[in-house]
Design a protein around this ligand. Structure first.
Ligand code: HEC
Ligand code: HEC
Ligand code: HEC
Ligand code: HEC
Length: 200
């Protein structure tokens, strides 16, 4: 009897593990925009949009990027090379940005599901919000965001990452980057800062 209960308990734990171990969904920066653009709350979206992180995909089309690709004998253009997309898009190879063919991008505008997929994929270009804050699929709901902010829910349980220089910035700002020079967290984080206004 006890053994049976333990077995049922163990199966329950494993099943729960399987549910929670599902990869979190990357939703794209445009999904954060509606709630994080107002000046009253610190204009996070606009600050990000004006930063070079929001142009990182475009950068892969530049002459400089093409020169790097040539130098490294890449077979594909930088904007299609995994060697570059890893740090210039959101969640590449992890359920985020993917290289899609013309049929995907030129889908019938009447096809609502295809339109939605295109919008999401565009939102996954560049170093978007989720590359620092974590995949937003689970935490982007208003009630959950408020719960986390109020300290009633644990950020980690919903995929919202606690930012550290090592795990957040240094995964891209390191010497695997062809243009890497150096990285001083304190100085660099001040350049991208987008806090809530004091007293909010
Ligand atoms: C997913 C990779 C990635 C992560 C994570 C990342 N960065 Fe970046 N960062 C980039 C890329 C790529 C650029 C260059 C964008 C361009 O010029 O197109 C950049 C540029 C910058 C710049 C701009 C310099 C300038 O003058 O234009 C600053 C500052 C910066 N990052 C700070 C940070 C900080 C601080 C963190 C961590 C909180 C961080 N980055 C996390 C990839 C990343
Ligand atoms: C390990 C992460 C990483 C990889 C891989 C990566 N980049 Fe970057 N890239 C960065 C970061 C971080 C910056 C911002 C430079 C800085 O401020 O340190 C950057 C900046 C750039 C810039 C702007 C140069 C400048 O001086 O601001 C170009 C162009 C570029 N990358 C092209 C490429 C190309 C082409 C590839 C593929 C061959 C590539 N990157 C692969 C992280 C990466
Ligand atoms: C439906 C609205 C909504 C959406 C969508 C949304 N947020 Fe939020 N977010 C909030 C609210 C509400 C708060 C709590 C602060 C406040 O009252 O504005 C918050 C707080 C945060 C915080 C601070 C958490 C803390 O405890 O310090 C971060 C970081 C954040 N959001 C990032 C994001 C990112 C990244 C996305 C997109 C993937 C996103 N949010 C999407 C409404 C939203
Ligand atoms: C390059 C990394 C990076 C990107 C990209 C980024 N953030 Fe942040 N964000 C940070 C850091 C660092 C903080 C400082 C707080 C912390 O350490 O968690 C922060 C803080 C916040 C806060 C909380 C502010 C506060 O005062 O508590 C919100 C809300 C937020 N970000 C939303 C966004 C949204 C929305 C986007 C995209 C439009 C975005 N962030 C893009 C790194 C980033």
């Amino acid at each position: 009897m006890i053994n049976r209960l333990i077995r049922i308990f163990m199966i329950g734990i494993i099943a729960l593990g399987m549910v929670t171990a599902q990869p979190l969904e990357y939703v794209g920066s445009q999904k954060c925009k509606s709630c994080h653009k107002s000046k009253k709350k610190g204009s996070q979206y606009k600050v990000w949009e004006a930063s070079s992180h929001a142009k990182a995909f475009q950068t892969l089309m530049s002459d400089e990027a093409l020169a790097i690709a040539k130098d490294r004998n890449l077979k594909l253009p930088p904007s299609e090379s995994p060697e570059c997309l890893e740090c210039h898009t959101v969640g590449f190879g992890k359920g985020g940005y993917e290289v899609m063919d013309a049929a995907f991008w030129n889908a019938d505008p009447e096809d609502k599901a295809a339109k939605k997929a295109i919008k999401r994929m565009n939102g996954l270009k560049n170093v978007g919000c989720e590359m620092c804050h974590g995949a937003g699929g689970a935490y982007k709901k208003k009630k959950i965001m408020q719960g986390i902010y109020a300290g009633e829910l644990k950020a980690e349980d919903y995929g919202l990452v606690i930012i550290t220089p090592e795990e957040t910035c240094l995964k891209c700002h390191n010497d695997r980057s062809p243009s890497f020079k150096s990285f001083n967290y304190k100085e660099r984080v001040a350049e991208i800062s987008h806090p809530f206004p004091a007293g909010m």
